[in-house]
Design a protein around this ligand. Sequence first.
Ligand code: THU
Length: 139
Amino acid sequence: MNDNDLVKLAFDAKEKSYSPYSQFQVGAALLAKNGDVYTGCNIESASYSPTNCAERTAFFKAVSEGVTDFAVIAVVGGQKGAEVGLCYPCGVCRQVMAEFCDSDFKIIMADAKGEKHVCTLDDILPYRFGPSDLQGGHS
Ligand code: THU
């Protein structure tokens, strides 16, 4: 599973987006260290706050199946009908990444033209609070 394969799966997942309120469609494909891939889309709610982002859908699917070690996530998103530009994970999703992922966890943002921005968890959420903080120290 290379980066382009994962981006393709994220685009496929975006097609499943349930986003009647924002019309903003997001897809994610999460590669676990065991080689399995979990996809997710954003799922909105008429009462708005239960909305779940595509990235968290993918993480929660994996964790609920007993998989908790992750290597890479690809994220794509954009307004329905418009060309997809780079879509960065929201702060809540970054915090979920911090729960399960190491500093070098790779995050791929891709657009419709095939351009990619690749970064790590350390890049997008430095100085984060995480599991080790509850064990008495920041690592
Ligand atoms: N959204 C995601 O799925 N992932 C993100 O990282 C950013 C935002 C979704 C949530 C909501 O359904 C829509 O995009 C607009 O915020």
